[in-house]
Write a protein that binds this ligand. Structure first.
Ligand code: AMP
Length: 458
């Protein structure tokens, strides 16, 4: 049984799956600049969640929108002297490239807001016809006073809405009403029953999900910052338009990637783009770093923690490669001389229990780490049979697929420098052995073993 923390109920609930199918929607980016590693944190988290659900045999349809028209896009395009849609499609391409580099590859369909104008207009019409929205000189607005439950996801009330990002507009009945359609004659605009204009902040998501999933679906995800007012507005729009509730069964939200306690964001200027990060670290290291924290917890970003993640991953990969090398060697015991298979089943149980428990990747990774220690010891003792080696390699291949980074590679030491350093250490140790300084030689072997590097004395 998989348990999922549902933001709506503030509880972990059993994930109920009907006919082995799940419909998942995660809010995509507003594409007016390069994506930063905070965005990547959210999308890597959902990528692993989907990988795990698929591993469990569930067929997941994962839909993401692309906000390719928005105030931020228009403002940036003005600054650049560029066409807004050219700008947004340029950064959409960059975003998709970044995701591919990070091995985030489980989204089934990316839906651009600008390609769903008919659906957006139709949903606004439904809301007007049902008395939830009204038309003024400046736009069409959702009348929040008509939707009794407004704020049921965030548990915030209408007064809070007054303090958030709501346009000041004297034509609105109430300052808290939010825009569904913004009238404008400056390009880019789309034709509508209310005149030229473009959609408001929230409506593209419900128009898109309604057209692919219908008025109700299983899981909606996004970062913590989207709960209010964005996701509360989505609930109001879709439940009002369809008369059906709930809009979704499970709401899942990722914690922030912070820098010195503050959310990494473009507006604060404290961001590192994915492209910048990948100049210094491999995509696998960043995935490992993200997964070392539970998806709902904040991560405090620092270079030191990233370096630690790099070292930890290197150790795991060293073990993976030693394992593979040994599996291909001749000199192996007929049967196990250690209880490595029972260690394997303990590891698998811990790993899958952690993932079943609201996708607890840090616990899953620490059980993987523990298991690699056991493997190293058994490899040092040459106590694993060929069959067991193959079994372990196959199990780790499954784990790699779920986590989306490699554990077993052909060449894992990461850099020529690591290779060279290891050669030097091995040579010094041989000299010590030649001088019969067994204590020093053993000390080096033991220290290397702590790093999961095993040396064989021939
Ligand atoms: P945006 O393009 O700002 O709409 O963000 C796209 C997605 O990335 C949303 O789900 C945000 O919640 C998420 N996001 C933005 N900044 C961060 C951050 N610092 N940490 C985690 N997720 C973030």
């Amino acid at each position: 049984m998989i348990k999922v923390y549902n933001t709506m109920t503030r509880e972990k609930e059993e994930l109920k799956v009907v006919n082995n199918k799940l419909k998942l929607f995660v809010c995509g980016p507003t594409v007016y600049d390069y994506s930063h590693i905070g965005h990547a944190r959210t999308y890597i988290s959902f990528d692993v969640i989907v990988r795990y659900l698929k591993h469990k045999g569930i067929s997941v349809f994962y839909l993401q929108n692309i906000t390719d028209i928005d105030d931020k896009i228009i403002n940036r395009a003005k600054e650049n002297g560029e066409d807004p849609l050219e700008l947004s499609h340029r950064f959409e391409k960059e975003y998709l490239e970044d995701m591919a580099l990070l091995n985030v590859n489980n989204v089934n369909f990316y839906a651009r807001a600008t390609e769903h104008m008919d659906e957006i207009i139709k949903q606004i019409e439904d809301l007007i016809n049902k008395g939830y929205a009204y038309d003024t000189e400046t736009g069409v607005y959702f009348d929040v006073s008509k939707f009794e439950d407004f704020g049921k996801l965030s548990n915030r009330n209408l007064d809070d809405l007054q303090n958030t990002r709501i346009e000041v507009d004297t034509t609105k009945k109430d300052a808290k009403d939010f825009a569904l359609w913004k009238k404008q004659d400056e390009k880019p605009y789309w034709d509508s029953p209310w005149g030229n204009g473009r959609p408001g902040w929230h409506i593209e998501d419900t128009a898109i999900t309604e057209s692919y999933f219908g008025p109700q679906y299983n899981i909606h995800g996004g970062g913590l910052d989207l709960i209010f007012p964005h996701h509360d507005a989505e609930i109001a729009q879709m439940e009002a338009a369809s008369g059906k509730e709930p809009l979704v069964e499970y709401w899942m939200h990722t914690g922030f990637l912070n820098v010195r306690g503050e959310k990494m964001s473009k507006s604060l200027g404290n961001f590192i783009t994915i492209k910048e990060l990948l100049k210094d670290y491999s995509p696998e290291v960043y995935r490992f770093f993200v997964l070392s924290t539970h998806y709902r917890s904040p991560i405090d970003f620092s270079d030191d923690i990233l370096k630690q993640a790099e070292n930890s991953l290197k150790r795991i990969q060293n073990t993976g490669n030693n394992l593979l090398e040994r599996a291909n060697s001749e000199d192996l015991p007929e049967s196990d001389l250690s209880d490595i298979l029972s260690e394997l089943s303990t590891f698998k149980k811990e790993f899958f229990d952690a993932m079943d428990n609201d996708f607890n990747t840090p616990i899953a990774l620490s059980s993987l780490f523990e298991f690699t220690h056991k493997i190293n010891k058994a490899l040092n003792d040459n106590s694993i049979s060929k069959d067991s080696l193959d079994l372990i390699v196959n199990s780790l291949r499954i784990i790699e697929e779920i986590l989306g980074f490699s554990i077993i590679q052909e060449d894992n030491l990461g850099s020529d420098l690591s290779d060279d350093l290891l050669d030097i250490i091995t040579e010094v140790r041989q000299d010590l052995r030649a001088k019969k300084d067994w204590d020093s030689a053993d000390k080096i072997r033991d220290k290397l073993a702590e790093l999961d590097i095993s040396l064989e004395d021939k």
